[in-house]
Design a protein around this ligand. Structure first.
Ligand code: PLP
Length: 463
């Protein structure tokens, strides 16, 4: 074979071995190990050869960048500018500083998770928050598991295994992420007895369905939809009367379950756990990371004898929460003892109640900064929008808000796509929503305005 021409030589990349022997290659091996460095070098060679830039220096720099990126965590901070305050895909509730501090303590130090400091003996982890939950809901007892789906599963498995649960057809909900009431019933080995119709269920429907195999009546909060028009459902108080008349308990899956009446904060009404307990529910389950504004958890409150049955069920041990979650939950719940400060302390409530005028002022101040960072050819304005609470809270209710509306001057759909993708690829990804050929960034949950502008300043995208 004749010698390769100089041009062909320039295109042939250095061997992986020679790159590994180079000083920079040795440094990468020392930090990241041999196998990862070889993989990064191979990837760099493959990409750079296609581009014709395959000198040793640029290959080693490319590999170093790949290895650094690999060392960075996959889970990272993002800007939630979707307008959905409790966004399940973006981690739902943001915790209060008190909750974060308390959880940090539990991570850093030994703590009395299951230790009775007073008596010196073994304790029960639920007691850490049981008193608070009882006080805040009016219930006798409480227990905590991994999430509300787990709470419903445990409740049904402990109280209705092999027996029947009566539920209205209008309440057979599916929540995102494959939580469907009929499927949970099956998993708990309880038999679902559907009563009424999709739009109308009457008291007599519940009464007629009760038989010797009935374990309980159940109400499920229609959290992510609404039945409107010719409708009728039976209140918790009335279903409780029917259940108790037959010597049965009423179980309620409340979903978001607020601990305070949101109307006192200028928001639409959402069922309050205390009201449902007062109406006669024997057990109520709800999420810790929805309207409560705490960590992911499933909270069950109600009659002490029933809570004890749940505690003794083997599933409780499998579904229990960690000390980190219990600490975060206690830190969150303590804020509810100070109702005057609640909306300041809990980010969820703070954002939900943030006045539109304040958001508008923030948007107006950001328009020139974002426009300057993007450069010519982009239109940046403000737009009146509606925020959602999210996570199945207050369905159909929207909270007035203001967004930055960004569109390419060219009107090109491809340019808009590039902007959306570029913001997703930013060091702190910016997540908004596209509507009417523009990107809407709802500022309701924005606290770090400078940080947001910095993400735009790094973009280089043609309009
Ligand atoms: C959200 C919701 C659930 C599931 O709660 P997770 O905490 O997400 O497990 C169950 N039931 C209802 C009615 C809900 O709204």
């Amino acid at each position: 074979m004749p010698d390769p021409t100089p041009a062909a030589q320039a295109l042939r990349p250095p061997s992986i071995d020679s790159l590994l022997r180079a000083e920079a290659g040795q440094a990468l091996v020392a930090v990241h190990g041999h196998a990862a460095t070889v993989a990064a070098l191979r990837a760099a060679v493959a990409v750079r050869r296609a581009r014709g830039a395959s000198d040793a220096t640029s290959l080693l720099a490319d590999a170093a960048a790949r290895l650094d990126a690999r060392a960075a965590p996959m889970l990272k901070r993002v800007f939630n500018l979707t307008g959905t305050v409790l966004h399940t895909n973006l981690g739902r509730a943001i915790l209060s500083e008190a909750a974060i501090g308390h959880a940090s303590m539990a991570m850093r130090e030994a703590c009395n998770l299951e230790f009775d400091i007073g008596g010196g003996g073994r304790g029960e982890r639920d007691t850490l928050v049981e008193q608070l939950l009882a006080e805040l809901t009016g219930a006798e007892a409480a227990t905590v598991v991994n999430n509300n789906a787990a709470a419903v599963l445990l409740m049904l498995a402990a109280l209705a295994e092999g027996r029947e649960i009566v539920v209205s057809r209008g309440e057979l909900v599916e929540i995102g992420g494959a939580f469907r009431i009929p499927d949970v019933m099956r998993a708990a080995q309880a038999r679902l007895v559907e009563v009424g119709t999709t739009n109308r269920t009457h008291a007599r429907d519940y009464a007629r369905a009760i038989g010797t195999g009935t374990a309980a009546l159940m109400k499920v909060h229609a959290s992510n939809y609404r039945v409107v028009g010719f409708t009728s459902s039976v209140s918790e108080a009335e279903v409780a009367r029917i259940a108790h008349g037959a010597g049965l308990p009423l179980l309620v899956d409340l979903g978001a379950g607020s601990l305070v009446d949101l109307r006192s904060h200028g928001l639409p009404h959402e069922p309050v756990v205390r009201e449902i307990i007062a109406a006669g529910a024997d057990l109520v389950t709800f999420s810790g990371d929805k309207l409560l504004g705490g960590p992911q958890a499933g909270i069950i409150v109600g009659r002490r004898d029933l809570v004890e049955l749940l505690r003794r069920h083997p599933l409780k041990r499998a579904l229990r929460v960690s000390k980190i979650i219990l600490a975060a939950l206690e830190g969150t719940l303590l804020a509810y003892r100070r109702p005057d400060r609640l909306a300041r302390e809990l980010p969820t409530l703070r954002w939900l109640t943030r006045p539109r005028d304040e958001i508008r002022a923030q948007a107006q101040a950001l328009v020139p900064r974002v426009a300057a960072a993007l450069g010519d050819g982009w239109s940046v304005t403000t737009a009146d929008v509606a925020s959602q609470v999210g996570s199945g809270s207050l369905p159909g209710e929207a909270v007035p808000s203001v967004a930055l509306a960004i569109a390419p001057g060219s009107g090109s759909a491809a340019a808009l796509d590039r902007l959306v993708a570029g913001l997703r690829a930013a060091p702190v990804p910016v997540i908004g929503r596209v509507a009417d050929d523009r990107l809407l960034l709802d500022l309701r949950c924005l606290t770090d305005a400078d940080g947001l502008v910095a993400q735009f300043a790094r973009l280089e995208i043609a309009p």
